[in-house]
Design a protein around this ligand. Sequence first.
Ligand code: E4P
Length: 283
Amino acid sequence: MNRPKTRILVDGGDPQETRQIKNLLGFVDGQTTNPSLIANNPEIKELLATGHKLSEKEQLAEYKKIVGEISPLVGDGGVSIEVFSDLNSKAQEMLAQGKEMFTWIPNGYIKYPCTAEGLRAAQMSVQQGLRVNLTLCFSQQQAAAVYAATKGTREPAYVSPFVGRLDDIGQNGMDLVKNIKRMLARGDGHLLVLAASIRNLDQLLYCFSLDVDLATVPARVLTLWAEKNFPMPEAGFQYHSSAKSIPYEELDLSQPWEKFNIAHELTTKGLEKFAADYRKTVA
Ligand code: E4P
């Protein structure tokens, strides 16, 4: 296999699945988790099926155990661990969780949402030496705000544009990835693009052809890639989408993050869904 420049992360919450993908590909560069994926972990599902809900402490212990098993399986893309947050969460609460989670494994990235409180938490985190991944990114303005908030990070930070969820509302999610890449080419390199919410092989191949820094991909799509013998995009590869294209915006990356319009309905919806999935697991 010609290993792509794009680092490949497994988008999941089950160490066994990560092991299987590693066997199939011969490597896994990293992993992303989120509250919905953790709620879907087989051990947690088994516990819930017996009617046993976890205390918050138990839930955290399970999450720690899961990322602890995944951590040694992956390469330098690290393991993204998401703080619990909802629309009322304050930056300080998220930061406290992030600091605790960052001690769990040596290669953790703390995931905060692209909200004002999430950006504040990320800004404080990078000042304290934490690696961060800003999730639920649905606009170029949000990505620009992430760039501004994470300036000065010791190690590159990640921003995760969600492709599939934009497609779901009729917008071409891959345009957002392309636009953020183009915008960050003018930057100082401290922020990397991690394409997320990838639903099919074409999106993965387009990530490769755009030289996206990292892509987090469900096991199902990676298995398909392996079954087809690891195709790579041909020169001049064209990505076809019938969804509405997302135009590029000229944004001034030297502005403070508060200057960007970071509101997006899908960030709000996504946060609510993550919170609901987390709550399903706790008593
Ligand atoms: C990863 O960081 C994201 O949480 C994940 O890719 C979201 O994917 P989904 O839109 O398929 O839930």
